[in-house]
Ligand binder design. Sequence first.
Ligand SMILES: C[S@@+](CC[C@H](N)C(=O)[O-])C[C@H]1O[C@@H](n2cnc3c(N)ncnc32)[C@H](O)[C@@H]1O
Length: 262
Amino acid sequence: MREALRLAERQLADAGVDAPRVDAELLLAHVLGTSRSGVYAQAEREVPGTWQVLLGRRCRREPLAYVLGEWGFRRLVLKTDARALVPRPETEVVVERCLELLRGDPAPRVLDVGTGTGAIAFAIADEHAGAHVTAVDTSSAAVELARENVERLGLDVELRSGGIDIAGEGWDLVVSNPPYVTLGEWNTLQPEITEWEPRDALVGVGVHERIARVAKTRFLVFETHECQADDVAGMVASLGYVDVAITPDLAGKPRVVEGRRA
Ligand SMILES: C[S@@+](CC[C@H](N)C(=O)[O-])C[C@H]1O[C@@H](n2cnc3c(N)ncnc32)[C@H](O)[C@@H]1O
């Protein structure tokens, strides 16, 4: 087992994977049905054949979350594959802000625009027992994956195929992590992103503003690019939202913009 891990680490490093040891341990833990630390408690066990298949996929720079087929987000484990973006740790802070704004409202109506796997919508439904959550995405593949997730999690969230217009229906809170990567930046990103994740989920310009203009909502919460937070906050304020604030992500980068209708 230790030798298998050592070889895998070298293969992954040669393929350019960022954290080869961690990935090797997580892939092995997955095939053994244990945790990362549990791998070392089973050092005498035979390594199953599926291990090489998963390792090969990761060496081709397929995202770890797609290879594992599931990924943790706040208290949930979501099914993940190439139909939607892998939920990122910074997005957990978006959920944090939504829950804080909704505190004291026993039954808020919440809309997640561009739901992908369903991560934001499902985490809010999971952590705010009274919330009535709706999630929408233009990608039918993403909605299909979100539907599989909602069934698996047993949460009561309404899923819809469609675009931004739904934000005009009247909500207590509209949240979105919309596409905000520029084409120029796209070309500089890692192959895990450019070769595997859906481009339409990431590349987009002006989507925050389109949502902010259409939305009829008490609270608006956006994830933004760290370099766009000030601009997005300014745009939100210029549209008449008050209490506009920026919250940093776990790495301290300006990431979440929120506002309230006066
Ligand atoms: C950055 S991903 C976010 C996915 C998920 N909310 C998350 O945080 O992990 C953006 C999502 O927005 C969807 N999308 C893009 N344009 C949209 C639009 N005009 N209306 C609704 N969804 C859109 C994409 O298909 C994609 O799933």
